[in-house]
Design a protein around this ligand. Structure first.
Ligand SMILES: Cc1cc2nc3c(=O)[nH]c(=O)nc-3n(C[C@H](O)[C@H](O)[C@H](O)COP(=O)(O)O)c2cc1C
Ligand code: SF4
Length: 507
């Protein structure tokens, strides 16, 4: 490896991060139903700060109850939340780690609305359609949407600004706008989703207006010197279900959006892709049927028109190939023509844990890396080359030190963000510091964690990573026992987020 750029500080206009690795947002449902935070979230963030990342980008934080994606996620919709966020910030600061809060509004992608967002109609409790830029439901779950009024738009802009003000009051280090992955801001930006015919719809400048007004409103309350970044899906690939839908914003349109954001005073851009979440291309990897079979039923009560259909698809194995045919279409098309722009060091047997290799061989893991690492890098470079001065950070499969170094050195990105790969190895940055190029038990992009988040505590659910002995040459009974032990080790690791436990409330 040449110069080690990973550990060089990244200087934004108003924020310095000690290294080039950011924890990307990963949502876990471990807060209270009313949107107040819990010790588990503090513990969760603590793991990554302790593990050496330069900055943590929180999971999505709703600016209002109307705009949450699921209940049991801490919000920033009232001043009462400031002390909790202060505790989170203080916790990670002890390790010299910065904390960037991701302000978010679900729009129509409100997976589980919660009782506050329901009404009783014809003796049925059902969700009130979520504010959006269209009346069309989302394409994956069929979640109901309502093309909102101008006064609702202004109200939500105010909620983003109020959230930003509270974040600054809480002593956090910056804000990320969740303007990607099909959530509300993306619903405005997207040529495929936005159906408005007024000054917030139609041509690109109009579709950008909502985000621009949010940036302006935030700057008014936090000033010019508080770090503000935006996560953007620079290619939308919206044509999923059905595949003949419009594919959404092009890279040229996204370059323009990013240039406008720079002019409007945003300090950094976080490059991503996909007009829904999840999306067949992000997080990349297989569709986690096994886990969704277990967790997805929780979506049926949320009133999505397609949720029941999906439950059937996920429950019966003989239907999986049919769903996979649709879901896998974009990866087949995009990945077939994708060539890695850079490479990392070739993975050696001895770098990987011997028991992990019994389940994923070095050769197979190398193929996984070639396919899933740096999936958004080429687009990121195009964006970077078209900006004047602000840095970019990029998401998508990063977990190898030599690869990350090369990506930065070759000018594809200024830093990288990691989600699943750090869920698997919270201390990956420390491992890089110790000279490892990859963790001995790396993330193999199986997406089980993605399937888990709807119902289970977030963590790595891939049993292949938790074997403590060989499964070779065992009797069936011994093999079963070894598998059970690995499952138990996985569950212990997942549940470690509850240690230390929340304190009981004693008035
Ligand atoms: C369980 C899970 C939850 C996620 N939650 C969020 C989120 O709240 N906000 C967001 O912008 N991205 C979210 N993401 C996307 C990640 O931040 C990241 O962009 C994506 O997973 C690709 O990075 P990776 O390959 O390192 O996982 C989530 C991903 C996963 C797997
Ligand atoms: S479950 Fe574990 S190995 Fe699978 S994608 Fe998530 S973090 Fe990676």
């Amino acid at each position: 490896m040449g110069k080690n750029l990973i550990f060089e500080p990244l200087e934004f206009r108003h924020l310095t991060v000690k290294n080039r690795i950011f924890r990307s947002s990963v949502t876990g449902r471990w807060d209270n139903y009313d949107g107040s935070g819990t010790q588990a979230r503090v513990n969760w963030e603590n793991k990554f700060a302790k593990g050496g990342v330069g900055a943590i980008i929180s999971s999505y934080v709703p600016v209002s109850i109307k705009g949450r994606i699921t209940p049991n996620v801490v919000t920033i919709d009232s001043d009462e939340r400031i002390p909790f966020w202060h505790t989170v910030g203080e916790t990670v600061h002890r390790y010299g780690c910065k904390y960037i809060i991701q302000l978010s509004h679900s729009g129509r992608q409100r997976d589980i609305e919660g009782i506050e967002n329901t009404r009783t109609l014809r003796n049925r409790i059902e969700p009130i359609p979520a504010p959006s830029t269209t009346n069309e439901p989302d394409q994956i779950n069929g979640l109901p949407a309502n093309n909102m009024s101008i006064s609702e738009i202004k109200e939500i802009i105010g909620q983003f600004a109020a959230g930003a003000f509270r974040a600054k009051e809480a002593g956090l280090d910056g804000i990320e706008l969740h303007s990607s992955h099909g959530y509300l801001i993306n619903q405005f930006l997207s040529s495929a989703i936005n159906r408005r015919r007024d000054e917030y719809g139609g041509e690109l400048k109009n579709r950008y207006r909502f985000l621009q007004e949010i940036v302006q409103a935030i700057r008014k309350v936090v000033g010019d010197d508080f770090h503000l970044q935006a996560k953007i899906s620079v290619r939308e690939f919206n044509n999923i279900i059905p595949p003949w839908q419009k594919s959404g914003n092009t890279i040229e349109e996204s370059i323009q959006i990013c240039q406008w954001l720079e002019e409007d005073g945003v300090d950094a851009l976080h490059i991503s892709r996909g007009s829904t979440f999840p999306h067949p291309l992000l997080p990349s990897g297989p569709f986690p049927f096994r886990m969704f079979r277990y967790t997805y039923d929780t979506m049926t009560s949320s009133g999505g028109k397609s949720s029941f259909r999906n439950v059937i698809f996920f429950r019966y194995r003989f239907l999986h190939p049919l769903f996979q045919l649709i879901w896998g279409r974009l990866p087949r098309k995009v990945e077939r023509s994708y060539e890695q722009p850079i490479s990392g060091l070739e993975i050696k047997d001895e770098w990987l844990d011997e028991y992990f290799r019994e389940h994923v061989s070095t050769e197979d893991f190398q193929k996984l890396l070639n396919r899933h690492q740096g999936t958004v890098l080429k687009d990121a470079k195009e964006i970077k080359q078209n900006l004047k001065e602000i840095p970019i950070i990029t998401t998508g499969g990063f977990q190898q030190a030599s690869y990350i170094n090369n990506a930065i050195e070759a000018g594809y990105t200024d830093g990288v963000t990691m989600a699943r790969t750090l869920v698997a190895n919270n201390d990956l940055v420390q491992k890089f510091q110790e000279g490892m190029d990859i963790a001995p038990k790396p993330c193999n992009y199986c997406n089980e964690c993605l399937g888990a988040y709807l119902e289970l505590p977030l963590g790595c659910y891939n049993v292949d990573r938790f074997y403590q002995s060989s499964i070779k040459n065992l009797t069936t009974e011994q093999k079963d026992k070894t598998i059970r032990e690995a499952e138990q080790a996985r569950t212990r690791e997942v549940m470690s987020v509850f240690d230390p436990p929340p304190k009981p409330y004693v008035p």
